[in-house]
Design a protein. Structure first.
Lengths: 369, 178
């Protein structure tokens, strides 16, 4: 049966294409040094600590520190005094949208939700009532657009000339100056969308759960990228050549029009959110499993997945600072934000987030040097 | 490129130490059979490329932790075959669900080689699980015991799938298949 040895269709070409991808993944992988297995030692130490806690006052202090770890990072600041890196933060709560400056000063834009920075952080698009509004961070409104269906998820294109948003179960596009509002498609699942850097091409999720790419200026230019499960978040690498799709239990990495070039299957862990580093080589993601959450870092084209921080309860989101030197982790259940210097050298914790920003605070963006 | 077990261990060691040429040797040696195995299970060249590519990317991700005493091939083939089975099942489910648009992305391969004309067509009439066992046995040359280890199936199940699959191929291709 000599046909077993015959090449399959496309075998050589696919091999050449794949070798380039594998070689890049190899170049960009995050190397993990071989480590000694410390688990037996840790188990003994923990055992001793438990016994000490049972029988001695100093041991009770050990329980105290464990309790603190469950509650959040120790020595957390009671309020955000300043950001550790350049840029401005956008955060939301039931009270509205907050613009937080690098020096820690903040302004509440009451009643707004679903906020997004414009490309250079000069404007914010957000929803108030049944209106989509574009305004300056000081609150000065430039234009507004009303629709009868509920508006959500506005996103600015790379140049600020287009804004995509959901209106009910449809996806619409409006020019950055508020003109030219038009329907893009009804074949959409409202939720995730992401503009490709450098183009007026929008990635979104169609009703079948696959990713649809559409050039909003050239309606015939669409393509479909299949996914194994409907994504809940989409994000492009800054070079616009690759993007990630976050699913409930996986993160998939694609070339700009497919195919899938990598990703992570996280098994029983639930992936909450992911964020691509400004250098486009890595992405950070947060996941939850059995009541504990982890922040991890991995290469966009493969490489080991390195744990950065883990803790009890829920991590809701993670953002990179605009200079790519810090990660901001929303430790929701501990009511804290953690600023982690990467590679991890420092940790700054801020507590009382709900007291500072209002109920149900969420991170919306960290923008612009 | 001889590809003996000693060569393979040397390539893995070299790749772990940063040698791109050793990584390429490892890749070039294993790519044809990995791609072919995926293709014969999924019958879709784009999907086969995705599957084999993902397996190699997984290998690169795990390279620093890979135990050089273990053979590389079975580890890679296990990933390829399992993902190919998963992909085939998912496609079947999507077709059953009547999802539109799958044809856009699952481009059928042009019948430009003997695989597409006969062997692949005969294999396509089997279930993905049967195809996988046949491919592991006849393309990748694993023994039934090794296939049982790779797939986690009981040895008896492997043997029965092999027998049934080979009977089918012999009938379709008009030749005795051992």
């Amino acid at each position: 049966m000599t046909q077993w040895r015959d090449p399959a269709p496309g075998e050589h070409e696919a091999g050449d294409r794949t070798w380039e991808i594998v070689r890049r993944a190899y170049d960009e992988r995050v190397r993990v040094p071989h480590k000694r297995d410390w688990r037996p030692v840790v188990a003994i130490v923990v055992g001793v600590a438990v016994l000490a806690a049972a029988f001695s006052p100093p041991g009770l202090a050990v329980f105290g520190s464990l309790r603190d770890a469950v509650r959040g990072a120790k020595n957390a600041k009671p309020a955000l005094a300043s950001l550790p890196a350049v840029g401005r933060l956008l955060t939301e709560s039931r009270a509205g949208v907050w613009v937080v400056q690098a020096d820690g000063s903040k302004r509440l834009l009451r009643g707004y939700r679903d906020a997004a920075w414009s490309p250079h952080g000069k404007y914010v698009a957000a929803v108030r009532g049944s209106e989509l509004r574009a305004f300056e961070p000081n609150g000065a409104v430039h234009w507004s657009l009303g629709r009868t269906a509920r508006i959500s998820g506005p996103r600015w294109s790379f140049d600020g000339f287009r804004i995509a948003y959901f209106s009910g179960a449809t996806l619409r596009v409006v020019n950055g100056d508020g003109t030219g509002d038009r329907l893009l498609t009804r074949d959409v699942r409202p939720g995730p969308s992401a503009w490709q850097p450098g183009r007026h091409t929008l990635a979104y999720v169609n009703r079948a759960g696959n990713i649809q790419m559409a050039n909003v200026d050239k309606r015939d230019r669409t393509s479909t990228v299949r996914t194994s499960a409907a994504p809940k978040q989409l994000a492009w690498a800054p070079d616009g050549r690759r993007f990630i799709a976050v699913q409930d239990h996986a993160v998939e990495v694609f070339w700009q029009r497919g195919p899938r070039i990598g990703g992570l299957d996280r098994g029983a862990a639930t992936v909450e959110a992911a964020s691509i580093a400004p250098d486009g080589k890595h992405f950070a993601f947060v996941e939850t499993k059995h009541g504990r959450s982890s922040l991890r870092l991995t290469g966009l084209l493969g490489g080991p997945t390195s744990p950065i921080f883990s803790g009890a309860g829920a991590f809701a989101n993670v953002l990179w600072s605009p200079d790519g030197r810090w990660l901001l982790l929303d430790w929701q259940s501990a009511d804290q934000w953690l600023f982690l210097r990467t590679p991890v050298k420092k940790l700054r914790a801020v507590s009382n987030i709900r007291a500072n920003f209002g109920a149900d605070p969420t991170l919306a963006g960290w923008c612009c040097p | 490129m001889a590809g003996s077990p000693r060569d393979e261990r040397a390539w893995v060691r070299g790749a772990q130490n940063g040698s791109v040429s050793d990584l390429e040797s490892l890749f070039r040696h294993h790519w044809p059979r990995a791609y072919r195995a995926a293709y014969l299970v999924v019958h879709d060249s784009a999907a086969a490329e995705d599957i084999a590519q993902e397996a190699f990317l997984a290998a690169v991700r795990s390279l620093d932790r890979f135990d050089r005493r273990r053979p590389f091939g079975p580890w890679l083939h296990r990933i390829v075959v399992n993902r190919a089975i998963d992909w085939s099942r998912a496609r079947t489910l999507r077709r059953e669900a009547g999802e539109a648009g799958i044809e856009n992305v699952a481009a059928a391969a042009a019948p430009d080689s003997p695989h597409a004309r006969s062997l692949a067509e005969a294999l396509a009439e089997l279930s993905p699980e049967h195809r996988a066992v046949i491919v592991l046995r006849h393309l990748l040359d694993y023994t039934p015991g090794e296939i049982a280890d790779l797939t986690g199936l009981p040895r008896g199940t492997v043997n029965s799938r092999l027998r049934r699959g080979l009977d089918h191929l012999a009938m379709r291709l008009g030749e005795e298949v051992q």
